[in-house]
Design a protein around this ligand. Structure first.
Ligand code: ZN
Ligand code: ZN
Length: 392
């Protein structure tokens, strides 16, 4: 498949950034925790990270607008992270199961020169989507494309399936190769970029880093207005100053706009027992989302085995490809993350409103905080977190 040069999508600014947890369970979903999925709202755009079973139901229960979803990023192809993908695609892209013989189906003629939905994921994502759509006779009413992030041990070319392109599938899906052990700028526009790097799990898995471009600094009008009035300069130059530009006044005075502030950086990890390969890329994240599947909670979780120690629980979690809260806190501290949110909890921690569940989740947060050095939040389904701009 050839790569395609996309026109640069120009955003004026991103504005608000908010993260909504659509599913926070590990292997077994429950009445309180759905399988993994997360919605990142960048202004009005919505990007989904992982798409476990029933993600579309969670979207309907949330304030996230399904019609605004334009990209889906998959961390790994374990079912609890991808089982909901083709179902969500069918809803988003107006899919149907075809029409009776002799009837005309408009979905058999889809324009695939551009993609209404972009999907990114590791090897197998394209084949999974193709099989899911083909064997359920799902014809989509709009186009999609799958870009795969290939590991060095993966086949470097080809679709990894003999199944042909779907009618709604664009042929320009890229196979993106690692450079310096990561996938840089798999998506980029003038205001935001997405990169990825591998993290260690029981199957090929990755984490995503979403980086906002530098944003205009905070402007103090009283610093400029007297000078503009004194020299009879139109107030409209304030917009140039706001952008950080330098303006020369009639009398030769130079006014410098405030320097740009660092953009926001969000790191969303898939399942992991050691995310160190993404550490350099994730450095100084404003927000880190890290799994904490298993915890040792003596005296708090009555199901704790007497013979268990923290070391035993950690070793067991790692052997299954997962982390404890302390491991998440340690990684968060090592990359200088400003905030840490835990997700992907064992079915043992339903996170309901009972006193015991609240104690358990408080303790899990505290265990992570003991290593992170500050408060840590445990995600609940449909929880939303806003991410403001930094002051500097
Ligand atoms: Zn999982
Ligand atoms: Zn997994």
């Amino acid at each position: 498949m050839s790569s395609v040069v996309r026109p640069l999508f120009e955003r004026a600014s991103i504005g608000s950034i908010a993260l909504t947890f659509l599913g926070t369970a590990s292997a077994q979903p429950s009445s309180t925790r759905n399988h993994s999925a997360l919605a990142l709202r960048l202004g009005r755009d919505v990007w989904i990270f992982d798409c476990g079973e029933a993600t579309q139901h969670q979207l309907q229960k949330s304030t996230v607008k399904m019609g605004k979803i334009e990209k889906i990023f998959i961390t790994h192809t374990h079912g609890d992270h991808i089982f909901g993908l083709t179902a969500l695609m069918a809803s988003l892209l107006n899919g149907s199961g075809g029409v009776a013989e002799g009837e005309e189906d408009p979905r058999l003629n889809i324009d695939t020169t551009s993609a209404a939905l972009e999907i990114y994921g590791p090897l197998g994502t394209r084949a999974y989507v193709r099989s899911g759509l083909a064997y359920t006779y799902t014809n989509l009413g709009a186009s999609y494309v799958v870009h795969e992030l290939r590991f060095p041990s993966d086949p470097s070319d080809g679709d990894f399936t003999t199944m042909p392109l779907q009618l709604a599938e664009c042929a320009f899906g890229r196979n993106i190769h690692q450079v310096n052990n990561c996938w840089m700028d798999i998506y980029k526009d003038n205001m935001v970029s997405v990169s990825a790097a591998p993290i260690h799990h029981s199957v090929p898995c990755l984490g995503y880093v979403i980086q906002e471009a530098p944003v205009p600094g905070k402007i103090n009008p009283s610093q400029y207005i007297p000078e503009l009035k004194r020299t009879g300069t139109p107030m409209s130059v304030m917009s140039q100053l706001q952008q950080g530009e330098t303006v020369i006044l009639k009398d030769g005075t130079l006014l410098h706009g405030p320097p740009r502030r660092k953009g926001r950086k969000i790191v969303i990890l898939g399942d992991t027992f050691d995310p160190s390969p993404i550490a350099a890329l994730a450095q100084d994240a404003d927000l880190l989302v890290h799994e904490a599947t298993n915890a040792h909670l003596p005296g708090v979780d009555p199901a704790t085995k007497d013979t268990d120690t923290y070391e035993i629980v950690q070793a067991r979690a790692m052997s299954r490809g997962h982390s404890t809260p302390q491991m998440a806190g340690t990684f968060g501290k090592s990359i200088g993350a400003k905030r840490l949110i835990l997700n992907h909890f064992s079915a043992r921690y339903p996170g309901d409103n009972s006193e015991q569940s609240r104690d358990i989740m408080d303790t899990i947060g505290q265990l992570a905080a003991s290593e992170f050095g500050q408060g840590v939040a445990c995600a609940t389904d449909l929880m939303t977190m806003e991410l403001g701009l930094s002051e500097t």
